[in-house]
Design a protein around this ligand. Structure first.
Ligand SMILES: [Zn+2]
Ligand SMILES: [Zn+2]
Length: 368
């Protein structure tokens, strides 16, 4: 079939919205008619090269829609089902899945290769195969994805809002609730209030944090953070330090979550300085692959048992946590509507990313 998709043909180029050819689903694959796709920062990383992926590629990895067809041996979803696409597939069988760490599923190795799990392409344009971001490619009206990436949700779910739980919401919420293990009464610092950080703020709120200090240089984002549950804001880490000290009688924070656009190694030291004994520094933002140096006192790691933890998809299990996010939305505890700053047609995807770069958006959303 033919479908319209946003394709990246070269680094530092614009997304090209064009008609592409889409093959039917193979064995173990699902054809999805997308309702909406979030504009996540990670697709911008494809443009800048911070995430090295072979091009061309159909972008987008935060989507939801309706199943429009299934390949052989797909039994967990059927045509007409409402689904959220998880940016991480989970096979349910590998060592990590077996231990309840499906965010670390071995299928993650295929995430930024381009083709589907069997090594062949579903999308074709200009006489060649076109890869799919995170095996998904949600910047397309239709896509074919592994059934391991598909999470069935209740019929009647608002699939435009639900798109956001396929990556950003679950990642941010999980960074606080699962990776940082925030508990009632704790003090949490979130550095970088974009689509991930804002959800780390609301995760900390839902977990019962006493103080939530949101750091961002952009005033609009600091205001947004307060709407989502931050108790204090600061424009910089330097500014946040005395606030955390005062709020905790000098004990400092239980968790410091780094959700900046890109993670830099020299963010770690100042973050370690702001956490208490046994405090956790969580790194959710993606660092440059070639960066191998971090700042921070090794002495403090030992003497104060300070911890540095990486967080992928907020240490979440997609098949459990994606429906859980929607349950929290349905009961009014998790804000999704308020996350969407602006909506775009697929044709305006480049404008959407320009708005993100200029700090105008918490989350932009493409609606099909
Ligand atoms: Zn994402
Ligand atoms: Zn697995």
């Amino acid at each position: 079939m033919k479908t319209k998709a946003a394709v990246l043909w070269g680094m530092h180029e614009k997304w090209q919205v064009e008609d592409v050819e889409l093959d039917p689903p193979n064995e173990g694959e699902v054809l999805v008619k997308l309702t909406a796709s979030g504009l996540c920062h990670s697709d911008e990383h494809l443009v800048t090269g911070d995430i090295p992926m072979p091009l061309p590629v159909v972008g987008g990895h935060e989507g939801a829609g309706i199943v429009a067809g299934v390949g052989a041996n797909v039994s967990d979803v059927a045509e007409g089902d409402s689904v959220v696409l998880s940016f991480l597939p989970s096979c349910g069988r590998c060592s990590y899945c077996a231990r309840g760490m499906t965010n670390l599923c071995d299928l993650g190795a295929f995430l930024i290769n381009g083709p589907q799990l069997d090594g062949t392409y579903r999308f074709h344009a200009r006489g060649q195969g076109v890869g799919q971001m995170c095996l998904l490619g949600t910047f397309s009206e239709y896509t074919v994805v592994p059934s391991a990436s598909v999470v069935k949700v209740d019929d009647g779910t608002s699939l435009d809002k639900a798109a956001l739980v396929g990556c950003g919401v679950t990642t941010g919420y999980g960074s606080a609730v699962r990776t940082a293990e925030v508990k009632a009464g704790e003090t949490v610092v979130v550095m970088g209030i974009g689509g991930i950080g804002i959800n780390a703020v609301q995760g900390a709120r839902i977990a019962g944090a006493r103080n939530i200090i949101a750091i961002d240089p952009v005033e609009f984002k600091r205001e947004k953070a307060m709407e989502f549950g931050a108790t204090h804001t600061a424009a910089s880490v330097e500014e946040a330090g005395p606030i955390v000290g005062l709020l905790t009688r000098g004990q400092m924070a239980d968790a410091f979550i780094i959700t900046t656009d890109v993670a830099e190694g020299d963010y770690v030291g100042p973050a370690l300085d702001l956490v208490a004994k046994r405090g956790k520094v969580v790194i959710t933002a993606v660092g440059h692959p070639e960066q191998t140096q971090m700042s921070g006192s090794v002495w403090m790691l030992t003497m104060m048992e300070k911890q540095i933890r990486g967080s992928l998809f907020g240490s979440s299990n997609p098949r459990h946590d994606i429906p859980r996010m929607l349950e929290l939305y349905n009961t009014g505890q998790l804000k999704l509507d308020e996350l969407i700053t602006r909506e775009y047609a697929l044709e305006d995807v480049n404008q959407g990313y320009e708005d993100m770069r200029n700090g105008h958006n918490i989350r932009g959303l493409i609606r099909y």
